[in-house]
Design a protein around this ligand. Sequence first.
Ligand code: AMP
Length: 284
Amino acid sequence: MKVFTTAVELRHYLEEQRTLGKKIGFVPTMGALHDGHISLVQQCLSTVEDMVCVASIFVNPTQFNDKKDYEKYPITIDQDLEMLLKAGCEVVFLPSVDEIYPNGLQTDIAVDLGFLGTTLEAAHRPGHFQGVVQVVKILLDKVQPDFLFLGQKDYQQCMVITRLVEAFNMPVEIVICPTKREVSGLAMSSRNRRLSDQETALATNLSKILFEIKKNYKREMPKEWVVYGIQFLKGFPEISLEYLSVVDGKTLQEIQDWQDTKNAVALIAAKIGTVRLIDNLTIY
Ligand code: AMP
């Protein structure tokens, strides 16, 4: 497995691979890898023959609206490299902050996100998606992949990155991969490492609500499910709910009636103690 810290070395290697007829698949991450990330690598390697899988590990400072969250973001590089090697990843890009932002922490890449840029995550994490757009554009320019692998776990982020790719007409195919979960239903997340055992048990209530909505959705209208979820979580004072929303999966507009859409998605964000978690589930 090749590990590159500079874009020049990375580009040189990938150009060689391209001349050999290889396709480039890219899995951007912030490290502290878990099986969810590895499932993206596996999907990458099984998408086409002759794929070179490039994973990046970069904790992007511009996408953290909360400085403490950035400072406490888990870093486990040695373990990450071992997991990537075992999964068959061929290339890792491990840039420094200066490599990505040689002119300081800019967020000058502008994409009109419309409603995507004001709702749900955008409303609760001001500036977050500007930072995501910035880093993903920089990384895509450096890697120039044929395929980009993203996790549905970050539903709105997948939509934002799709918008970015369209806005710049980038010749890359986006593949959205299903959310990997613990046996308990808890969505895997690097931030789960920061939860105590008791908090981990509490955190399973987030996915519990989503699965309950999916299983029984016809019993109630979307709004009633939201009220139910809010009430249910009030029973756990350690959980501070930021939003629970049932939306059209293409627009993120809230739906009033199940008949309003062919693709309904429930999304949730909450803090368990100081750790902020998100999850979502396609209802149909
Ligand atoms: P992160 O390191 O959290 O920025 O995530 C890197 C990529 O892995 C993103 O495309 C995420 O959506 C994806 N990802 C994170 N958690 C999961 C999960 N539990 N299952 C599948 N993909 C995930």
